[in-house]
Design a protein around this ligand. Structure first.
Ligand code: NAP
Length: 429
C-alpha cells in the first residue's frame, strides 16, 4: 500500500488553502510532499444549505485562501475575479464583502485545481496507529464511501480540518430524527421539505438566526416567525477597526503566549465579535420589518428574548415548545409547524475521529504550529485546523488567519516530513 507523506481529513477552505500553500512552497524550490485529501461531501461545497440569497461574507475578500500569505498567488480572490472576467464589475460594487454565493464559487474554482489530490464522497471514521517496534510510525486512515465500502490508506502525517458539528440543545435530543426540527446548517434543504409550514420558531440570536429570519420573511406562503433567544436582546457583532485587530494574524502569537486563565478572559471579552452577534445592517433590517408590522397593525413575526426552551414535544399537530421566561414571567407552551435550531457549532469531532490515538495524544494540547503534542513513541505529526480556539484565539475558526496558518502548517509539515527532524520534534510532550 502506498504511504502518503500526509493525509488531509476534510477538504473545505482550510485544507484547500493548505494545498495551495504547499504547491507554492514547492514552486519556490521546497520539497514535494505526496498528499491526499479525503472529503465527506460528494463534490466541493461550502455550507451549501446556508447559501441564502442575500447573505454576504463577514470577513474581507482580502482574507481569502492566499492573499495574506502570498499576495501574488494565482489563487487570490482578485485573480479569480480576473479569470472570470468580473474584476472591474466587482470594483464597481464598492464592497469588501462579496456574496456567500460568489465566495463559495471562488473556493470551488480553486478546488478544481486539486482534484488529482482529493477523493470526495468518503467519510473518515477512524485513524489507527501503525507500530514499528514499540513506536507508532504511521497512521492508518479508514473511510467509508457512499456505497458502504471501507477504504484504508497509510500516512506519515495528518492534517485534520473537519469543521464544526451542529450544536443541538438538550431538550431537542429526543426529536433529532423529526424532519420538522432541523439545525441551521441544513436550512435550505430542510425548509424546502417544510414549505407548507405556516408558523416557524427560530432558536438563537446569531448571524445564522438573523439571516434565516430575513429569509423566512421573504418566503412565499408568508410564514409567521418567532425568533426565540436566551439573550436579553440581539447585539451586533463589533467589527470596528481596533477591535478587529484581534483577527490579525499576529494576535495569534499574543493569545498563545498568555496563561490559560488570561486566554479564557480574552475569549470572553471578545465573544461578541463573532458569536451570537449578527451584522448591524441585518439587525436593522429585522427591526424595520417589525416596525412596518406595527405601522400596518399586523402581528406576523415576534422576537421572544429571555426565553429558555424548557421542553420540546412533537405530535401530529406540530412541535410544542415550552418557553420559560428567565426574567420570572409566566411560562408558555407554543405550537409550531417547524423549528430551526440556529444554535451554533461544536468543535469536538476531531476527538472522536482520533479516539484510537488517545493514549499517545493525552489532552489534545496543540502547539503554536497547530501540531498536537504527542508522547515520544509517536512519530507522526498531527495538525489541527479550526480546533484551536482556546489556545490560538477567536480567529481560529474563521477565514481571517487561514492563509497564514496554512503557510505555517506547510512549513511544519515539510520539517516533519524529514525523519531526523521528526524524531527530534516529538522528543518531549
Ligand atoms: P452562534 O453565533 O454560535 O450563535 C448561536 C446562537 O444559539 C446564540 O444566540 C446562542 O445563545 C444560541 N444557543 C446556543 N445553544 C443554545 C441552547 N442550548 N438553547 C438556546 N439557545 C442556544 O452561531 P451562528 O449564528 O451559526 O454563527 C456561527 C459562526 O458562523 C459565526 O462565526 C458566524 O459569524 C458565522 N456565520 C457566517 C455567516 C456569513 O458569513 N454570512 C452566516 C452565518 C454564520 P447564547 O448566546 O445564549 O449561548
Amino acid at each position: 500500500m502506498a504511504i502518503h507523506d500526509f493525509i488531509g481529513i476534510g477538504f473545505g477552505p482550510s485544507n484547500l488553502a493548505l494545498a495551495i500553500a504547499l504547491e507554492e512552497q514547492r514552486q519556490t524550490g521546497g520539497p514535494s510532499l505526496s498528499s491526499l485529501f479525503i472529503e465527506r461531501q460528494p463534490t466541493f461545497a461550502w455550507h451549501p444549505d446556508m447559501a441564502l440569497d442575500h447573505a454576504h461574507m463577514q470577513v474581507s475578500f482580502l482574507k481569502d485562501l492566499a492573499t495574506l500569505r502570498n499576495p501574488s498567488s494565482r489563487y487570490t480572490f482578485v485573480n479569480y475575479l480576473h479569470e472570470k472576467g468580473r474584476l472591474q464589475d466587482f470594483i464597481n460594487l464598492k464592497t469588501f464583502f462579496p456574496s456567500r454565493h460568489e465566495f463559495s464559487d471562488y473556493f470551488a474554482w480553486a478546488a478544481t485545481r486539486f482534484e488529482d489530490r482529493c477523493v470526495y464522497g468518503e467519510n473518515v471514521f477512524e485513524v489507527l496507529p501503525e507500530k514499528h517496534g514499540s513506536a507508532v510510525s504511521l497512521l492508518r486512515v479508514r473511510s467509508r464511501d457512499q456505497t458502504g465500502e471501507v477504504h484504508e490508506r497509510l500516512a506519515r502525517n495528518l492534517v485534520v480540518s473537519v469543521g464544526g458539528t451542529a450544536r443541538i440543545p438538550e431538550s431537542f435530543h429526543p426529536l433529532r430524527d423529526d424532519p420538522r426540527i432541523f439545525h441551521s446548517h441544513r436550512y435550505l434543504d430542510s425548509i424546502a421539505a417544510n414549505a407548507q409550514a405556516g408558523k416557524i420558531a427560530v432558536i438563537g440570536a446569531g448571524q445564522s438566526a438573523a439571516e434565516i429570519f430575513m429569509d423566512l420573511h421573504g418566503r412565499p406562503g408568508t410564514p409567521q416567525v418567532d425568533l426565540i433567544m436566551r439573550a436579553r436582546t440581539i447585539k451586533p457583532s463589533d467589527d470596528s477597526p481596533f477591535v478587529n485587530e484581534i483577527f490579525n494574524t499576529g494576535f495569534v502569537d499574543h493569545v498563545y503566549s498568555r496563561k490559560p486563565a488570561e486566554r479564557l478572559e480574552l475569549l470572553r471579552e471578545f465573544r461578541h465579535t463573532n458569536y451570537a452577534s449578527p451584522d448591524l445592517d441585518l439587525i436593522q433590517q429585522i427591526f424595520k420589518v417589525l416596525y412596518e408590522q406595527k405601522v400596518k397593525a399586523q402581528a406576523r413575526h415576534r422576537i421572544l428574548p429571555r426565553r429558555e426552551v424548557a421542553a420540546a414535544r412533537a405530535d401530529e399537530n406540530g412541535v410544542h415548545l415550552t418557553l420559560n421566561d428567565t426574567a420570572g414571567g409566566p411560562s408558555d407552551t407554543i405550537r409550531y409547524d417547524a423549528v430551526v435550531l440556529a444554535t451554533g457549532y461544536e468543535r469536538q469531532q476531531h476527538k472522536t475521529l482520533l479516539a484510537a490515538l488517545t493514549p499517545y495524544l493525552g489532552d489534545f494540547d496543540i502547539d503554536r504550529e497547530y501540531r498536537v503534542k504527542t508522547s515520544s513513541d509517536f512519530h507522526p505529526a498531527i495538525f489541527m485546523q479550526g480546533a484551536s480556539e482556546p489556545t490560538h484565539g477567536l480567529s481560529d475558526t474563521l477565514l481571517s488567519v487561514t492563509a497564514v496558518r496554512t503557510g505555517e502548517i506547510g512549513a511544519a509539515l515539510l520539517a516533519a516530513g524529514q525523519p531526523d527532524a521528526q524524531r527530534t520534534a516529538v522528543g518531549a510532550r
